[in-house]
Design a protein around this ligand. Structure first.
Ligand code: APR
Ligand code: ZN
Ligand code: ZN
Length: 361
């Protein structure tokens, strides 16, 4: 029996979001219905509302979520009703050329539920990132559910489903940060702060936080930054070099998504170092660099999709490390809100007042 629950939809371009009754079908083959316990408010939800992702309105927003599996369809073996899970938006297929080469974190054919959730009049909803978790329940592909230790708070766990995983993964998966490395992180929002926490966790000897906002730098220190640079006042390339014996950092993580900050990352890196781009640029942005510098400085210029995470490998591990007190994920939760407060949370996020508002159900 399909069920009716409350969910937050974006009805049309730039229209305020609102709570509506949505219809959640029973799970079909390889699908699961999850009772959502918490879902973070992310920039991507705002981009959907603004029409910046695609025009497939109405959207059912929300995608950084954790909850309990309520029911599963045929053929589901990895999760069962009652399991506490984090939702992911890259359910790996196991069959594409990346998966077949043993690199499933790059999966080129990730999937979502086949059935659609609807409004009560039958209008089909487009779930944000194939999740749609600003709702009491949601329908997803079973592969989007990753079981983790239920001792973790749902509000904290859900954040691993998107931005926080992107940042931690940019450091530990893409950047390969290890014991003794020097790391610089440019842009200290939720993603950059997670890259700082990930670098600290991985044993970086020096973690330099760069931002144009002193409030962000203060938070970055609580996440594990050993040094801070306000790049509105100081040349960040010079400052990072000075803090690293004149050489530059082993790994520089760009968590803004702009050509000027990418260039800073490129030149603030030691010879043979690594640049990781986890900030997401817009279509009109262009990068210009002397090709000789690209060659002559060696090393690696990498992009990080979703922190190059493999949910089945990374979510349970990071939850365990958090429960051991080694990863302060709770610091990313600025406030708990209700479903009808998402619009207000967008405003606070836009003003840079919060790291994450989390809808708690
Ligand atoms: N130099 C340094 N820091 C900057 C600059 C700049 N020129 N411009 C902006 N910033 C800082 C902001 O002050 C803010 O602290 O970058 C940070 C961006 O943080 P958020 O807006 O909170 O974004 P976040 O959620 O962290 O995402 C960062 O990663 O996943 C992508 O789409 C996301 O591109 C975005 C990026
Ligand atoms: Zn695949
Ligand atoms: Zn997100």
């Amino acid at each position: 029996m399909a069920q009716e629950v409350r969910g937050v939809i974006a009805p049309g371009k730039n229209e305020p979001v609102r709570v509506e009754t949505i219809v959640v079908p029973d799970p079909g083959p390889h699908e699961a219905v999850v009772r959502v316990q918490a879902c973070g408010v992310c920039h991507t939800d705002l981009h959907y509302k603004q029409g910046g992702i695609n025009d497939e309105f109405p959207f059912l927003l929300g995608h950084e979520a954790a909850g309990v599996v309520e029911s599963v369809g045929d053929g589901v073996t990895d999760v069962a009703p009652g399991d506490f899970v984090i939702l992911n938006w890259r359910a790996v297929c196991g069959k594409c050329r990346a998966c077949l080469r043993g690199r499933p974190w790059y999966c080129f054919d990730t999937h979502n539920a086949r059935q659609r959730m609807t409004l009560t009049d039958g209008t089909e909803l487009s779930p944000a990132l194939g999740i749609g978790a600003f709702a009491e329940k949601t329908l997803v592909a079973a592969g989007q559910c990753t079981k983790v230790d239920p001792a973790v708070s749902p509000a904290v766990a859900g954040l691993l489903g998107c931005g926080v995983m992107a940042g931690i993964g940019a450091a530990i998966n893409t950047g390969g940060v290890g014991r003794g490395d020097s790391v610089a992180v440019i842009g200290c929002g939720g993603v950059g702060d997670a890259a700082i926490a990930g670098s600290y966790l991985a044993g970086a000897a020096k973690v330099i936080a760069v931002d144009i906002d002193d409030r962000k730098l203060a938070t970055a220190r609580t996440m594990g930054a050993t040094h801070t640079v306000n790049s509105a006042e100081t040349d960040p390339v010079e400052a990072i070099r000075e803090l690293t014996g004149g050489f530059g950092a082993d790994v520089v993580i760009e968590a803004v998504g702009r050509p000027e900050t990418y260039k800073q990352a490129f030149y603030a890196r030691d010879l043979a170092g690594t640049v990781v781009l986890v900030g997401v640029p817009t279509p009109e942005m262009k990068l210009e660099l002397p090709l000789l510098d690209v060659f002559g400085r060696g090393g690696a210029l990498k992009s990080s999709w979703y922190g190059d995470c493999l949910p089945s490998r990374d979510f349970p591990m990071l939850v365990d490390l958090h429960l051991q007190g080694r990863l302060p994920l709770e610091k990313f939760v600025s406030e708990a809100i209700q479903l009808d407060e998402v619009e207000k949370a967008f405003e606070r996020m836009h003003h840079g007042d919060v790291l994450r508002s989390v809808v708690v159900l």
